[in-house]
Design a protein around this ligand. Structure first.
Ligand SMILES: [Zn+2]
Length: 335
C-alpha cells in the first residue's frame, strides 16, 4: 500500500493522539481507584475444563431448527475473540478476586454454597451471599428460615420458578417469601427469557409465558412488605414491567444476562424504555456472571458506552440504586 505525505502525517498524528490517550488512561487508573460497582447477579460455581467459550451478543442470530435435526447451538463461538471460560477452580477464584479488587466490584452471589463461602472468605467486604430456592423440594421452610437467620445470607435469590414451569405466585413458594418478608431479606426473581431454544435444548419445563412480570402481582399483594427485584428486567415485556413497577413501589429490576446476550440495539432500546418511563432510580446493574472472567468488563462497557446516559444515571445504575435497595452503607465503599 502506497501512502501520500498527507496520509503519513495524518496517521502519525492519529498514532500520537492515541498513544497520548493511552498513557493518560494508564496514569489515571494507577492514581485513582475505580468507582465502586455493585453487581447484583453473580452465580457461584467452580471452573470447568470443558466450559465453552462465548461470543457476547450471540442472540443477534436465532435461525431456529427442525425437530428432526440436531437442536440449534445454545451459544455461538463464531466471533473473532470469544470470551474464554475459567477452566479450574483456582482460575475462577482468582478471576473473582481480581474483579473485587481491580474493578472494585461488590457482588451479590448465589449458587454453590461451598464456592460462596470460599469467595466470601477471600473478600468478605465484596461478597454478599444469597440463598436461592426455586421449589419446595430443595429445602423445608424451617431449613430456609434457619439458613437466613444464621446471618451469613443477606439476600434470597436467584428464585427461578419459571424454569420449572411454575409462576412466582405459585402457593408452594409462598411461605418462603413470607420468611423473607418477615426477616427483611430482599428477593431476586428470574422473570424473562432463558436463551435460544431453551425448551428444546435444556429446560423442557420452561415456559416463556411464566416470565410475565404481572404474574408477580398476587404474590406481592400477599406480602406487602416484601422487597423484590425482577432479574433480567422481565425482558422483553417492558409494558408489563413498567405497569408493575408503577403499581408496586418496592419493585426494582436488574439488567443481568440480556445485556451481553441480545443484540446491542435491542438492549439499549429496552433500557431506554425503562428510563423514559421514569424508573432510572430502580434499575440495578448485574451480569448473570457464570464462567467467563472477561464478562465483567464486557458488561460494564455496555453501560459505560451508552451515550444517552448521563454520568449520574450511570452511577445510579452501577451503584446508588443498589445501595438504596439493599440498605447498604455507601461510606463503606469509599475506603
Ligand atoms: Zn436468571
Amino acid at each position: 500500500m502506497k501512502l501520500s505525505i498527507n496520509q503519513v502525517v495524518k496517521q502519525s498524528l492519529a498514532f500520537f493522539l492515541l498513544s497520548g490517550c493511552l498513557v493518560f488512561t494508564t496514569n489515571a487508573q494507577e492514581t485513582k481507584k475505580r468507582k465502586p460497582i455493585i453487581d447484583v447477579h453473580v452465580h457461584a460455581m467452580g471452573g470447568n475444563p470443558n466450559g465453552s467459550p462465548m461470543c457476547p451478543w450471540f442472540l443477534k442470530d436465532m435461525p431456529g431448527g427442525d425437530p428432526n435435526q440436531d437442536p440449534p447451538a445454545f451459544m455461538s463461538t463464531d466471533c473473532i475473540n470469544p470470551l474464554q471460560p475459567a477452566r479450574s477452580d483456582a482460575e475462577m477464584d482468582a478471576a473473582i478476586l481480581r474483579a473485587n479488587e481491580e474493578l472494585n466490584i461488590t457482588m451479590v452471589v448465589s449458587g454453590d454454597a461451598k464456592v460462596i463461602h470460599r469467595w466470601h472468605k477471600a473478600a468478605p467486604d465484596k461478597i454478599i451471599p444469597s440463598l436461592g430456592i426455586s421449589n419446595a423440594d430443595q429445602m423445608t421452610v424451617e431449613q430456609f428460615r434457619d439458613s437466613l437467620s444464621s446471618g451469613f445470607y443477606k439476600v434470597m435469590g436467584e428464585v427461578a420458578p419459571q424454569y420449572q414451569g411454575m409462576s412466582p405466585s405459585d402457593m408452594s413458594l409462598d411461605e418462603y417469601f413470607g420468611v423473607a418478608e418477615e426477616l427483611g431479606i430482599p428477593v431476586g426473581i428470574h422473570m424473562g427469557t432463558g436463551g435460544n431454544g431453551t425448551i428444546n435444548i435444556t429446560r423442557p419445563a420452561y415456559r416463556a409465558s411464566l416470565g410475565q412480570p404481572f404474574l408477580l402481582e398476587d404474590m406481592l399483594a400477599r406480602h406487602p412488605k416484601l422487597k423484590i427485584w425482577v432479574m433480567h428486567a422481565g425482558y422483553p415485556m417492558a409494558d408489563q414491567m413498567i405497569a408493575l413497577m408503577g403499581a408496586n413501589a418496592y419493585v426494582y429490576v436488574d439488567l443481568a444476562g440480556f445485556i451481553w446476550s441480545y443484540p446491542l440495539e435491542e438492549i439499549h432500546d429496552y433500557l431506554k424504555r425503562l428510563l423514559q418511563a421514569g424508573f432510572g432510580k430502580r434499575i440495578l446493574y448485574g451480569t448473570d456472571f457464570m464462567m467467563w472472567p472477561e464478562l465483567f468488563e464486557t458488561s460494564i462497557q455496555v453501560i459505560e458506552s451508552a451515550n444517552y446516559l448521563s454520568e449520574e444515571q450511570k452511577r445510579d445504575i452501577f451503584f446508588n440504586n443498589a445501595v438504596r435497595f439493599f440498605n447498604l452503607d455507601a461510606s463503606k465503599f469509599e475506603k
